[in-house]
Design a protein around this ligand. Structure first.
Ligand code: ADP
Ligand code: MG
Length: 597
């Protein structure tokens, strides 16, 4: 292998709302890389405790101590505006503070080293990506630069852009953004290649911690993946189930002791943690209990939780999942009997009620469990990463991915109406144009507002950005034609070009800061900051290691006191010892005193 090839090794990262996972193609198979704790998935969590920064498992375990400084769920923030109702709803439940930054971007506020620090969601996500990158580097024993990162199929343009930016801040070259369910289907396709003759239709049901994603794909001969339709909800997942359990416990606490614990952050964090554990147990057992000492004002809290109660509390969400699956089938124009396999992905797909509802819907006796629900996404991303990297062993030369655009894209026209240029579920990459006419006499400029969504009124959709095309020659209204050309690349990222047909003048939409998109300079500044934090972390670790070594030394010396005392006593007790025995004792003593390397 040449040097260039070595450097081009690419990894696959599943950057999840709650857990992230990294994988690489090595020795002709996918390796899911365990982190420094030996875990195959890493909590997507960053904690700032006094002057130390923790990422992953360590951050999660510190969470209850410093809830206001322990950041999770940034995937719910990324690429969204502060005033977005989904952000406002999520904020009510977060123990950490989020404020409105310039251009309505949400900023996370923490106290770090005695000072208030503000971070963008992209920055926190980049810290998690750095952790995944380092995990891969320590496994591969060399630096890693290239990565494929996955996003929910339902992510809009800004969310995809922001994820790419997070990758750049982490020092990664994001060679492709792919959809999580597509990645899971690739994993399934590779594992079942020999059993797939001709074409099969699969439905990927991915229910994670924060998002729900459904995709219907046709797999041909195990290596062509054609996405037929995608659907989902960027705000539905395991955390919602936890929240409902928490709400129920809060209500129960109030009923028993007439005390409202919603103001007690620490109690809520402890409660949420206990509920999440109970929820996992309820996937195997039909009953469990929640037990917390001194939860609030010295009161111990203990209550039984049954699987039936859990299902009753969450039935609304479960039904929503099934409705989304049905809508996706309609979009794909596919009868449910044509679905050959349902692939379960995401930790929450382990919930028995969800599995039985799916089984019932598809009249299936068993659901596919051949892929690991926690690892399938990273697994598929690693395959894609290898295919795209220059040192690919060409195992996947035939692998072809035909993805779709998840949400309709278009412009606002007169009367705040939304005019669709690229309908949802159009295969990507794609380029489509639509021609519009001016609406006023002698109109000299037109403001092009770009939206993404399915609502008839433009402002009910997600605003992506706007730009002005000027220099329209004087003419009566409707006489001048302007063409809007929408182009989506393989990452699902959009460019809009406007052209005045009579003059040929064009204007391009570069998604501006107003839309919350980071500029190149801002990203560069953040890369510098990330390096600074990394160095600080390393210095902190060096200092902690030095202290540890010193304490170790003291401990060993203290141990020597016993050894010397024992040896002295040995002399008193063994006056009749032989020369051999005495010499052996001396050797033993010397070996204990020798410095160890
Ligand atoms: P994401 O991709 O959103 O990060 P994951 O796929 O890692 O999420 O799933 C995490 C979610 O799955 C969490 O909400 C977790 O509580 C839930 N989960 C994990 N195992 C189980 C289980 N056995 N039963 C129910 N929920 C589970
Ligand atoms: Mg996931």
């Amino acid at each position: 292998m040449d040097g260039r090839g070595e450097d081009a090794q690419a990894i696959g990262i599943d950057l999840g709302t709650t857990y992230s996972c990294v994988a690489v193609w090595k020795h002709d198979r996918v390796k899911i890389i365990p982190n420094d704790r030996g875990n195959r998935t890493t909590p997507s969590c960053v904690a700032f405790v006094d002057s130390e920064r923790f990422i992953g498992d360590d951050a999660k375990s510190q969470g209850a101590m410093k809830p206001a400084n322990t950041i999770y769920d940034t995937k719910r923030l990324i690429g969204r505006r502060f005033s977005d109702s989904k952000v406002q709803d999520a904020m009510k439940l977060w123990p950490f503070k989020v404020i409105q930054g310039p251009a309505d971007t949400p900023k996370i506020v923490v106290s770090y080293k005695g000072k208030q620090k503000e971070f963008l969601a992209e920055e926190i996500s980049s810290m998690i990506l750095v952790k995944m990158k380092e995990t891969a580097e320590s496994y591969l024993g060399k630096p890693v630069k290239n990565a494929v990162i996955t996003v929910p199929a339902y992510f809009n343009d800004s969310q995809r852009q922001a994820t790419k930016d997070a990758g750049a801040i982490a020092g990664l070259n994001v060679i492709r953004i792919i959809n999580e369910p597509t990645a899971a289907a690739i994993a399934y396709g590779l594992d079942n290649k020999s059993d797939i003759n001709g074409k099969i239709n699969v439905l990927v049901f991915d229910l994670g911690g924060g998002t729900f994603d459904v995709s219907i794909l046709t797999i041909t001969k195990g290596d062509t993946f054609q996405v037929k339709a995608v659907g989902g909800d960027t705000h539905l997942g395991g955390e919602d189930f936890d929240n409902r359990m928490v709400e129920h416990c809060v209500w129960e606490f109030n009923k028993r002791w007439n005390k409202d614990i919603t103001g007690n952050k620490r109690a809520l964090v402890r409660l949420r943690c206990a509920c999440e554990k109970a929820k996992r147990i309820l996937s195997c057992n039909t009953q469990t209990s929640i037990d917390l000492d001194c939860l609030h004002e010295g009161i111990d809290f203990c209550m039984k939780f049954s699987r039936a109660k859990f299902e009753e509390l969450n039935m609304g969400s479960f039904n929503k999942c099934i409705e989304t699956v049905e809508a996706c089938l309609r979009d794909a124009k596919m009868k449910k009997s044509c679905v050959h396999e349902v692939i379960l992905v995401g930790g929450s797909s382990r919930i028995p009620k969800i599995q039985s509802m799916l089984q019932q819907l598809f009249d299936m006796k068993v659901l596919s469990k051949s892929t690991n629900p926690d690892e399938a996404v990273a697994y598929g991303a690693a395959i894609m990463a290898d295919k795209l990297s220059s040192n690919s062993n060409k195992s996947f030369k035939d692998l072809l991915l035909l993805d779709v655009n998840p949400l309709s894209l278009g412009v606002e026209i007169k009367g705040e109406l939304f005019s669709v240029v690229i309908p949802r579920n159009t295969p990507i990459p794609t380029k489509k144009s639509k021609t519009y006419v001016t609406c006023n006499d002698n109109q000299s400029a037109a403001c092009v507002k770009v939206y993404q969504g399915e609502r008839a009124k433009s402002t009910d959709n997600h605003f992506l950005g706007k730009f002005t095309i000027s220099g329209i020659p004087p003419a009566p209204k409707e006489a001048i034609e302007i063409t809007e050309c929408f182009e989506i690349d393989a990452n699902g990222i959009l460019t809009v070009t406007s052209q005045i047909l009579s003059t040929g003048k064009t204007e391009k939409l570069t998604v501006v800061n107003e839309n919350g998109r980071l500029s190149k300079e801002e990203i560069e500044k953040m890369i510098e900051d990330a390096d600074k934090y990394k160095q600080e972390d390393q210095e902190y670790k060096k200092k902690a290691d030095a202290f540890n070594a010193l304490e170790d030394c003291i401990y060993n010396m203290k141990k020597m006191e016993h050894v010397i005392a024992d040896a002295t006593k040995w002399i008193e007790d063994n006056q009749n010892a032989t020369v051999d025995e005495i010499e052996r004792m001396k050797e033993h003593l010397e070996s204990m005193c020798m410095p160890k390397f």
